[in-house]
Design a protein around this ligand. Structure first.
Ligand SMILES: Nc1nc2c(ncn2[C@@H]2O[C@H](COP(=O)(O)OP(=O)(O)O)[C@@H](O)[C@H]2O)c(=O)[nH]1
Ligand SMILES: Nc1ncnc2c1ncn2[C@@H]1O[C@H](COP(=O)(O)OP(=O)(O)O)[C@@H](O)[C@H]1O
Length: 206
């Protein structure tokens, strides 16, 4: 019965996690992947930024040159793309299709420009903004992460202020999660995604 239901209905809705760099999106996503094996799939974006130690090409990002990325954008292979902190980032059609083909909940980690551009598409995701308790806490977390140069840190904090302002637009996000205590933020995220998780679990069982 469920096989029929899963085949007939639309798969689970994708989920967009947005919010300032350093707000905790990757941390929350990693927790979901650890707790719900095979239920979620990550939309692997393209970027022109350099990989950080430990990041894997094709898993965290597709690391490409600006020329390569522009060529693929011109060929119509991207759903959305944006410039962030001096680098290009974008979601390819293939990245989302690869996850949806497996009936998994597709997670997109994208900036606010991406949110606005995805809104113009048919994707129909749940939009979540992950926010830090304050800019001061955000700066401390970004410094402690030790991934940024002083210049890139400044750019990210400037972008963060803009992001927090633009995020106030009514209706832009379905939910804002303030990531103060990590476990509390994670519980709120799970609660919001419960229906989609159950849908995906039903499809797994069949
Ligand atoms: N529009 C858009 N933004 C993206 C995409 N992939 C990542 N981003 C955003 O780019 C910003 C910088 O990402 P990254 O360099 O990985 O830094 P981090 O978020 O601090 O780990 C973050 O706000 C991401 O959400 C994408 O495909 N499209
Ligand atoms: N609730 C939290 N309390 C303290 N540190 C956190 C919390 N959430 C995330 N962090 C840390 O803050 C840094 C930024 O988180 P990260 O997930 O990389 O953010 P993003 O993906 O949004 O850029 C990481 O070093 C992470 O371990």
């Amino acid at each position: 019965m469920c096989l029929f239901v899963c085949a007939a209905m639309q798969g689970p809705r994708p989920v967009v996690l947005s919010g300032p760099s350093g707000a905790g999106k990757s941390t929350l996503i990693k927790k979901l992947f650890k707790d719900y094996e095979n239920i979620f799939g990550f939309s692997v974006s393209h970027t022109t930024r350099q990989p950080r130690p430990g990041e894997v090409n094709g898993k965290d990002y597709h690391f490409v040159t600006r020329e390569e990325m522009k060529k693929e954008i011109d060929a119509g292979e991207f759903i959305e793309h944006a410039e962030f902190s001096g680098n290009m980032y974008g979601t390819s059609k293939g990245a989302v299709q690869a996850v949806q083909a497996k009936n998994q909940i597709c997670i997109l980690d994208i900036d606010i420009q991406g949110v606005k551009n995805i809104k113009k598409t048919e994707l129909n995701p749940i939009y979540i903004s992950v926010q830090p308790p304050s800019i001061e806490v955000l700066e401390k977390r970004l410094r402690d992460r030790q991934t940024e140069t002083e210049e890139s840190l400044r750019k990210r904090l400037t972008a963060a202020r803009v992001d927090l302002e633009l995020s106030k637009e009514p209706g832009l996000f379905d939910m804002v999660i303030v990531n103060d205590d990590l476990e509390k933020a994670y519980s709120e995220l799970k609660e919001l995604l419960l229906t989609e998780i159950q849908k995906a679990q039903e499809c797994r069982k069949s």
